[in-house]
Design a protein around this ligand. Structure first.
Ligand SMILES: NC(=O)c1ccc[n+]([C@@H]2O[C@H](COP(=O)([O-])OP(=O)(O)OC[C@H]3O[C@@H](n4cnc5c(N)ncnc54)[C@H](O)[C@@H]3O)[C@@H](O)[C@H]2O)c1
Ligand SMILES: O=c1ccn([C@@H]2O[C@H](COP(=O)(O)OP(=O)(O)O[C@H]3O[C@H](CO)[C@@H](O)[C@H](O)[C@H]3O)[C@@H](O)[C@H]2O)c(=O)[nH]1
Length: 332
């Protein structure tokens, strides 16, 4: 297919673009490099440096050659829980307004398929765990609220205009694939930060909250390998049907506390990794663990890299390969 990938210079978008190219698709990446890296865009993709909302109309009109577009995979977003609490304007404009522009451009140019990066953060504090797609959506931060608003917009565009769309609600994405992994200009995610400590770029990892009602007092998350996630995007493209909006949770189905993740990183890297307790981070829920049964049954998804040590060891291999080219190395 001829596909537009927004945010393809970022972590998840660059891994998915790599896999799409490997499977023979044609890929145009649009990214404003606000958090991504030019060098993360895989070879073989056409790259447009621009705001996705502003450039979508021109790109989808055929401005980059290659014939009509058959789908959009929309990864570009602001996606940090803590930042969304202190700077919500970035999330309502950068996520909701940008996506509406993309949806309108898709409609104008009759692009039939959308795969959207939604999130576990749409659920907020779930009443039951694991979280199914039928759980109430009550986001605890503006990031989750902005993604939920987009999911609602997509549903109405599917019903009214015949778009075929899939929202994939990722839980915590981690790991790496080939030369694609986490190397953000400003890193806030747990696993890459712990590995920066292992590399000697940081002195210690802060544990945000040790008084949650969990088995060791630290927050629980469900870590999903980025390659399993990429496979789900391919399945979603294939399953797309005009007028239908499918919503699927994607996780490994097992929750790990922050302390357990630090322990896994110590095991995999063989390095001591000092940790220190810190206050809770505003907007964080205590526990997020997925039920991915719907994706398994309806999309035929079958995650294979679910062990936490495998996820960490792929991320560690990538971090070591990156070495001094990491943003963290330049900053330290
Ligand atoms: N990483 C996770 O654990 C996780 C979990 C759930 C959902 N998600 C969602 O997955 C998507 C990708 O996340 P990621 O971790 O790869 O983030 P990332 O920050 O690494 O990548 C986002 C990319 O989008 C680009 N971008 C942002 N706004 C843009 C705009 N308006 N126009 C063009 N480019 C823009 C950035 O420069 C960056 O390259 C996001 O939508 C995020 O909300 C991520
Ligand atoms: O230095 C750190 C960084 C994080 N954490 C904790 O580790 C857990 C995971 O945090 P992080 O890696 O920042 O991810 P989340 O905030 O859980 O959010 C990710 O996962 C969500 C889905 O669950 C996505 O929606 C978001 O885009 C994505 O950033 C949380 O409990 C954090 O409080 C720490 O204790 N110390």
């Amino acid at each position: 297919m001829n596909l537009l990938v927004t945010g393809g210079a970022g972590y998840v978008g660059s891994v998915c673009a790599t896999v799409l190219l490997e499977r023979g698709h044609r890929v145009v990446v649009v990214d404003d490099l606000s958090t991504g890296n030019r060098e993360a865009v895989p070879e073989g993709a056409v790259f447009v440096e621009a705001d996705a909302g502003q450039a979508a109309d021109e790109i989808l009109s055929g401005g980059c050659g290659g014939g009509p577009f058959e789908g959009v995979l929309h990864f570009a977003a602001r996606s940090l829980v803590g930042e969304s609490v202190t700077e919500p304007d970035l999330y309502w404009h950068g996520n909701v307004v940008t996506t509406l522009s993309i949806l309108d451009a898709m409609r104008r140019h009759s692009v039939p398929r959308l795969v959207f990066s939604s999130t576990a953060a749409t659920y907020g504090e779930p009443p039951t765990v694991p979280i199914t797609e039928d759980c109430p959506t009550q986001p605890t931060n503006p990031y989750g609220a902005s993604k939920l608003a987009i999911d609602h917009a997509i549903t109405s565009y599917c019903k009214a205009y015949g778009l075929g769309a899939t929202s994939l609600r990722y839980f915590n994405v981690a790991g790496a694939y080939r030369s694609a992994g986490e190397n953000r200009v400003v890193e806030t995610h747990l696993i890459p930060l712990i590995l920066q400590v292992a590399m000697g770029f940081r002195e210690s990892i802060s544990v945000f909250g040790s008084d949650w009602e969990t088995r060791d007092g630290t927050a629980v998350r469900d870590y999903i390998h980025v390659l399993d996630l990429a496979e789900a995007h391919l399945l979603a493209l294939d399953a797309s049907q005009p007028g239908r909006h499918g919503i699927y949770n994607l996780g490994s189905g097992e929750g790990f506390t922050v302390r357990e993740v630090i322990e896994a990183c110590r095991r995999v890297t063989g390095r001591p990794i000092p940790a220190k307790d810190a206050p809770r981070r505003p907007g964080d829920p205590a526990v997020l663990v997925a039920s991915s049964d719907r994706a398994i049954t309806e999309l035929g998804w079958s995650p294979t890299h679910t062990a936490i040590d495998k996820i960490v060891s792929d991320a560690w291999e990538f971090t070591q390969q990156l070495g001094d080219r990491a943003h963290a190395a330049r900053a330290s």
